[in-house]
Write a protein that binds this ligand. Sequence first.
Ligand code: RB5
Length: 153
Amino acid sequence: MRLVIGSDHGGFALKESIKKHLAERNIEVEDYGTFSEESVDYPDYALKVSLAVAKGEFDGGILCCGTGIGVSIAANKVKGIRAAHVTDCFSARYAKEHNNANVICLGGRVTGPGLADMIVDEWLDAEFQGGRHLKRVEKIAEIEREYLHGEEC
Ligand code: RB5
């Protein structure tokens, strides 16, 4: 499995801590920045990570900002991205099982590093259940085709 991770300054510390956890699990992760706590704009990092996931270059993406909200709003503007802003393990699991979320978004000023690791694990270890959930995810893709204009990745 290959993941891509990114953050703004508000999510930088959490990104670094999640990277350590993924390394302990021997999961390969590419870091698209930011690389310090200097102020940057979260949409730039959300876009880089989301485009790479939408193009199929990675199996999933992790985004962090201060709250997790900004990166999730930006990521969900990219066709094919189902980004879930998650603050608990239950939602993390169902984000994959029901929504097939291919990007997970966390807030470095909201979620502590221990809980963040558990959230990432729940999401990574869960499997999309398909069936009635596939029909619903396909309806999201239909909405994208009709209302979200831009290039298919
Ligand atoms: C940056 O100060 C902050 O606005 C950003 O990290 C994020 O929380 C936005 O949603």
